[in-house]
Design a protein around this ligand. Structure first.
Ligand code: PMP
Length: 287
């Protein structure tokens, strides 16, 4: 049975779930989205994802034509018809159909789309051996250009950074902010373990405030690990004992090489592995 996609209150077969070529989501990347995990039928940190979606929409002056609870019900309905228990939810809200001009006021019906699918992870090998990263020249969009806190449909900044990484023969990139401090990776937040403490760039560094990042900070604190949000440079990562990335799809993925420098022992470190274990417990027992 083909997967069903929820669109504006109705369910469509995947091949029939279509939007207009005049939708400003397509024409201008004008819209917002979220990626959410479902573990054993339970939506992980669903409220936080919905909050971030509504905040992203508010920031681009887009009115989501649905309440928070209705949206949560629509997620559950879509998961249920597709009989998915361990899944990924992609919710997209576009500005809707407009003219060929930029005028958002001419778009009267925002489109709400919910896709549920099985989850595509990084290959298992990367979790065991760790990732290699390179720093790229594409600068993370500054707050005064387009806030990285908005999870918008315009991901070209991140895509161009990823293309640069791929050209260098690796799959993920470190993006710096306009002041040269480390911001984040193209679709994940970044952490280092230095002097036994967990450090990560602060929201002011120009990052998407990841929900997995938040979960990992909470787990570390629960385990007695000091967590610091501070401005970090590439140097701080080169000399760190450990490094890892966090994201909804990736969960926690170890990093063992950055810009040709080995990080720590060159294998996933004990703090990373401990947090990964705690994260797995948390996601499997989440109410
Ligand atoms: N940064 C960026 C740019 C992202 O797109 C994402 C989400 N894939 C993250 C960080 C991680 O956020 P979360 O943990 O909420 O998935």
């Amino acid at each position: 049975m083909p997967l069903k996609v929820w669109m504006n209150g109705k369910l469509y077969d995947r091949a029939e779930a279509k939007i207009s070529v005049y939708d400003h989501g397509l024409l201008y990347g004008d819209g917002v989205f979220e990626g959410i995990r479902v573990y054993d039928g339970k939506i992980f940190r669903g409220e936080q994802h919905i909050d971030r979606l509504f905040n992203s929409a508010k920031a681009i002056a887009l009115q989501i034509p649905l309440g928070r609870e209705e949206l949560m019900e629509a997620f559950l309905e879509t998961l249920q018809v597709n009989k998915l228990k361990d899944a990924y939810i992609r919710v997209v809200v576009t500005r809707g159909v407009g003219t060929l001009g930029l005028d958002a006021n001419k778009c009267h019906e925002p489109q709400v789309i919910i896709i549920t699918d099985s989850i595509a992870l990084y290959p298992q090998d990367y979790y065991e051996k760790g990732l290699e990263l390179v720093t790229v020249s594409t600068v993370r969009t500054p707050h005064n250009v387009l806030s990285p806190k908005i999870k918008s449909l315009n991901y070209l900044n991140n895509i161009l950074a990823k293309i640069e990484a791929q050209q260098a023969g690796v799959i993920e990139a470190i993006m710096l902010n306009k002041d040269g401090f480390v911001a984040e990776c193209t679709g994940d937040n970044i952490f280092a373990v230095a002097k036994g403490r967990l450090v990560t760039p602060p929201p002011d560094a120009g990052i998407l405030e990841g929900i997995t990042r938040q979960v990992v900070m909470e787990l570390a604190e629960k385990d007695g690990i000091t967590v610091l949000e501070q401005q970090l440079t590439r140097f701080d990562f080169y000399v760190a004992q450990e490094c890892f990335l966090t994201g909804t799809a990736a969960e926690i993925i170890p990093v063992v090489r950055i810009d040709s420098r080995q990080i720590g022992e060159g294998v996933p470190g004990p703090t990373t592995l401990r947090l990964l274990e705690m994260f797995r417990e948390e996601t499997r027992s989440n109410p």
